[in-house]
Design a protein around this ligand. Structure first.
Ligand SMILES: [Zn+2]
Length: 241
């Protein structure tokens, strides 16, 4: 048992081309969460399961986030088979992944979403994970580019998408939008999103559906955002003196 490999493969059927494929996962006993940023970017003691969330079919090039991999309709299949498969050169994504291999897999997922015309919330999720991978690498410019993409996609998801059948609820989405705006230094927008969540939570019927931790985090982030705005004002006042 001591030399049990932390990474293992599981077999499934590609929902697009019907071939049997293997995807790699981290054994749960090796997943030890150390901390988390305010936008939920996780840090682990050793193996990071986020690296393995982008699943890729080596036969047809279909790729998706692990949580929605089987969810394709007939049009999705047609788009992948017509537009991705003919250009696809088989690549193996099984086994241990480093950040760069994870990024490569996530970029293939992003390309799949574009070809399929996937829901905004799915784009937002994948762009946020790509931003995290750049954060792990310390590539600030790329991180911010993808945080901005994620923010814009999530804004569209909030206004145009029916989220009731999605894993992401509208309360968490309001918080994420606020936090992404804060990280992008769009402080007024950040306060609007956080404020929206706080005013929704004033309604007892709604409040029961919101995780108490989310409300606490929102209050903390409102405080941090206001402090930052105050300091920025002081600084610009000092410059103008
Ligand atoms: Zn396939």
């Amino acid at each position: 048992m001591a030399d049990l490999n932390p990474i293992y493969n599981s077999t499934l059927t590609c929902p697009v081309c019907d071939n049997k494929i293997e995807v790699s996962k981290v054994r749960s006993r090796f997943v030890k969460l150390k901390s988390q940023d305010e936008d939920f970017c996780p840090y682990y003691e050793s193996y990071n399961p986020v690296f393995y969330e982008a699943w890729v079919c080596k036969y047809c090039g279909y790729a998706a986030h692990s949580t929605v991999f089987p969810e394709v309709n007939r049009n999705d299949c047609k788009q992948v088979l017509d537009k991705i498969k003919p250009k696809w050169t088989s690549r193996d994504f099984t086994g241990e992944r480093d950040i760069n291999k994870a990024l490569e897999a996530f970029k293939i997922v992003l390309y799949n979403l574009q070809v399929r015309g996937a829901p905004f919330s799915e784009f937002g999720k994948i762009c946020l994970r790509i931003a995290w991978l750049y954060r792990y690498k310390g590539e600030y410019v790329n991180e911010h580019k993808f945080l901005k993409y994620s923010y814009d996609y999530y804004k569209n998801a909030f206004s145009k998408e029916n989220l009731s059948h999605r894993k992401l609820d509208e309360y968490t989405l309001m918080y994420i939008l606020g936090e992404l705006a804060r990280r992008l230094e769009l402080y007024d927008e950040a306060l609007q999103w956080f404020g929206k969540l706080i005013s929704v939570s004033a309604n007892p019927k709604e409040k029961s559906k919101i995780q108490p931790r989310l409300i606490e985090m929102t209050k903390d982030q409102i405080h941090i955002t206001r402090e930052k705005m105050k300091n920025d004002e002081k600084e610009s006042a000092a410059i103008n003196e």
